[in-house]
Design a protein around this ligand. Structure first.
Ligand SMILES: *Cc1c(COP(=O)(O)O)cnc(C)c1O
Length: 394
C-alpha cells in the first residue's frame, strides 16, 4: 500500500490482503479461530513475538483490511472495527476513563451518544457536563481538574450546528485531555478531525460508509500509542468486534464512498437552495450555504457541505407530517447516509426522548424535518419536494 495514494485510490486498493488465489474482490474470512503450525508457533503468537491472528474477537483478515483502509483514508495509525456505531462510541469513551474522571460533551449529540455520556457514564462515577458546543468559552468554562475527555459531533444531528474542532482541541491539549469526534455527519471525505487536532475519531459505518442500507458497523481511529494504552485490552475483553461479513460489506462500501457522497452532497445542496425559496419553509440549515450560522467555521474545517439538510416548516408538526406523507421518492426513515433519500421528523422519532426544553435548545421544533439526500437524480428529488409542498397547508 502506498502512503501517497489519494483518497479515491486508497478506498479501492488500500489495505487489501490478497490470498494465494489472487482474487480481485477482497475475500471474506469467516473464521473464529486460527490454526498454528506448532505449539511453539502458538506460544510465540500469544507472546506477541510473531505476527498473525489469534481469535476473531481480537482481529481477523477481512476486518484488518477494513481497518487498514479506514486508516489510510483518515490518516490514522490504528483502527478497530466494531459491530455498530454505538459500540465504537461507547468503547472510545469508556476505555480511557475511570470513576472520578470528567467528560465535557456538546449537548447536540445523536440520541444514544447523549445517553452514554449523560446517563451511562455517571453510573460508573464518570461525571459529564453538557455544553452548547458552538461557543469555545463554554468548553473552557466546563473544564475541571478531572476533565479527561471532550466529546462532540460536527455537524450535529439534526440541526447541523458546527463546532470548531481545532479550537476545542487546543483547549484539550492545554489540560492533557483527549478530543473524541463522532465524524458521521461530516463523512471522512469532507472532514479530517485528526488533522484538526482531535485525538480519536469514531464512525457509525452504518451510515455513509455502508451507504446502501445493509449492515450496522462502526470504527474507532487514533494513534498507535492511544490504541495500545487504552483501547486494545478493552476491545479484546469486552468484545464489540465486527463480523467479518460486515467488514466485507463495508470494504465494498468504501470503494464507492467518494462517488456517493459527491452525488448526495450535490443533491442536498440543490434541494437546500430550492427549499430556501419556498414560502411554506421558514428556514433551511445547510453547511455550505452562505446563510449557515457558522459559515466561517464550515469554510475553515470542512472540504464540502453535507449530505443532510435541516428544514423548518412554517406550519409546525402538522405541515411536517403532511410533507413527509406526500413525498413519493423520498422515504420516511430515521436512518441517514443511504443511497435512498430519507426524511425524518426528529421531535417524534430520533429526539423524542429529550425534554421539550432540551429539544428547544437544539433548535428542534414541531416543524423541523431532517433530510438525508440519496444518490437519485437531483430533479426527481426537487420535483418530489415541489409536489409534496403543494399538498401542505401553510
Ligand atoms: C447513527 C449514529 C450513531 C450510532 O451508530 P449505529 O451504527 O446506529 O450504532 C452514532 N453517532 C451518529 C452521529 C450517528 O448518526
Amino acid at each position: 500500500m502506498s502512503k501517497t495514494w489519494r483518497p479515491a485510490t486508497q478506498l479501492v486498493h488500500g489495505g487489501s490482503l490478497r490470498s494465494q488465489y489472487g482474487e480481485t474482490s477482497e475475500a471474506i474470512y469467516l473464521t473464529q479461530g486460527f490454526v498454528y503450525e506448532s505449539a511453539e508457533a502458538a506460544e510465540a503468537r500469544f507472546k506477541g513475538e510473531s505476527d498473525g491472528y489469534i481469535y476473531a474477537r481480537y482481529g481477523s483478515p477481512t476486518n484488518d483490511m477494513f481497518e487498514k483502509r479506514m486508516c489510510a483514508l483518515e490518516g490514522a495509525e490504528e483502527a478497530r472495527a466494531t459491530a455498530s456505531g454505538m459500540a465504537a462510541v461507547t468503547a472510545a469513551i469508556l476505555c480511557q476513563l475511570k470513576a472520578g474522571d470528567h467528560i465535557v460533551a456538546a449537548r447536540a449529540l445523536f440520541g444514544s451518544c447523549r445517553w452514554v455520556v449523560e446517563t451511562l457514564a455517571p453510573k460508573y462515577g464518570i461525571e459529564c457536563t453538557l455544553v452548547d458546543g458552538r461557543y469555545l468559552e463554554n468548553w473552557e468554562r466546563a473544564i475541571r481538574p478531572s476533565t479527561k475527555v471532550f466529546f462532540l459531533e460536527s455537524p450535529t444531528n439534526p440541526t447541523l450546528e458546527v463546532i470548531d474542532i481545532a479550537g476545542v482541541a487546543k483547549l484539550a491539549n492545554q489540560i492533557g485531555a483527549k478530543v473524541v469526534v463522532d465524524n458521521v455527519f461530516a463523512t471522512p471525505i469532507f472532514q479530517k478531525p485528526l488533522e484538526l487536532g482531535a485525538h480519536i475519531v469514531v464512525y457509525s459505518a452504518t451510515k455513509h460508509i455502508d451507504g446502501q442500507g445493509r449492515s450496522l458497523g462502526g470504527v474507532i481511529l487514533s494513534d498507535r500509542e492511544w490504541v495500545n494504552e487504552n483501547l486494545q485490552d478493552y476491545y479484546r475483553h469486552t468484545g464489540p468486534a465486527m463480523s467479518p461479513f460486515t467488514a466485507w460489506t463495508l470494504l465494498k462500501g468504501l470503494e464507492t464512498l467518494p462517488l456517493r457522497v459527491k452525488q448526495q452532497t450535490e443533491n442536498a445542496s440543490k434541494i437546500a437552495d430550492f427549499l430556501a425559496d419556498q414560502p411554506k419553509v421558514a428556514k433551511v440549515i445547510y453547511p455550505g450555504r452562505k446563510d449557515h450560522p457558522q459559515a466561517d467555521i464550515v469554510a475553515k474545517q470542512m472540504k464540502g457541505g453535507s449530505t443532510l439538510v435541516a428544514i423548518e416548516l412554517k406550519g409546525g408538526k402538522e405541515a411536517a407530517f403532511a410533507l413527509q406523507n406526500a413525498l413519493q421518492v423520498i422515504k420516511i426513515s430515521n436512518n441517514l447516509g443511504d443511497a435512498k433519500s430519507l426524511i425524518t421528523h426528529p421531535a417524534t422519532t430520533t429526539h423524542k426522548n429529550l425534554s421539550d426544553e432540551a429539544r428547544a435548545e437544539l433548535g428542534i421544533s414541531g416543524g423541523t424535518v431532517r433530510l438525508s439526500a440519496g444518490i437519485e437524480d437531483t430533479d426527481d428529488l426537487i420535483e418530489d419536494f415541489a409536489q409534496a409542498l403543494a399538498k401542505v397547508n401553510a
